[in-house]
Every structure is written in structure tokens, then in C-alpha cells.
Design a binder for this molecule. Structure first.
Ligand SMILES: [Zn+2]
Ligand SMILES: [Zn+2]
Length: 112
């Protein structure tokens, strides 16, 4: 058994739309994914995996290039949906404001 080659595993860059040389970066976007359940979610917020993902190459990440498409379906499907073809308005998808776990404001006393 061999590990998947990440370059071919995740497909082309959502920015420059070229084959990704080197390590691809997955970016979590604050809009809903084209297909619910195939994107990012948050364990702390109890968010389902409905957030849109994009994959970009190192160059596009560093230069914060414009994205032209998002991942359509699961990342390994390598399918894309262009923003111009997305339904408007896009639905926002965020962490909940109070998503941090409740922390007891009292210091922890190990001797009590
Ligand atoms: Zn790129
Ligand atoms: Zn969260």
C-alpha cells in the first residue's frame, strides 16, 4: 500500500487553476459548500461539515491570490465549481460566536 500523492489527490489549484507543485493547502471558506456534508465543520461549535473548501498552491497562498472556484463534493473527487456558477446569494457559514468551551472562571484548586 502506498500513500496517495497529494498533488494528484486533491486536483488543481482553485486560484491559478494549475496542477499543484508541492504541498497543497486546504482553505476553509466562510460560505456553505456546494454539497452539504462534504466540507469543513467544527467540533467545538457542533457545526456539520457544510463549509466550503478551496485548495490552493503555495504561490497562491502566499500571494493571497483571487480564488475562482471552490471544491465541489469531497476534496478527493477533484471536482470544482466556479464562483460565477454558484447560486446567489451565497449562504454564510461561520463558527458560532460562543464556540469556545466554557471555562470555569475560578482557578483550579488541586487540594480541595
Ligand atoms: Zn495556485
Ligand atoms: Zn467553531
Amino acid at each position: 500500500m502506498s500513500l496517495p500523492n497529494l498533488e494528484s489527490y486533491l486536483g488543481t489549484c482553485c486560484g491559478c487553476q494549475q496542477p499543484i507543485q508541492g504541498v497543497p493547502h486546504l482553505i476553509m471558506l466562510d460560505i456553505e459548500a456546494p454539497i452539504a456534508g462534504t466540507g469543513w465543520g467544527c467540533y467545538l461549535c457542533h457545526l456539520p461539515n457544510n463549509g466550503a473548501l478551496a485548495v490552493v498552491c503555495n504561490e497562491c497562498l502566499i500571494s493571497q491570490s483571487m480564488l475562482f472556484e471552490v471544491i465541489y463534493g469531497y476534496p478527493e473527487s477533484k471536482q470544482r465549481l466556479r464562483f460565477v456558477n454558484m447560486e446567489e446569494p451565497m449562504t454564510p457559514f461561520h463558527h458560532k460566536a460562543n464556540h469556545r468551551p466554557q471555562v470555569n472562571p475560578e482557578p483550579y484548586r488541586w487540594d480541595s
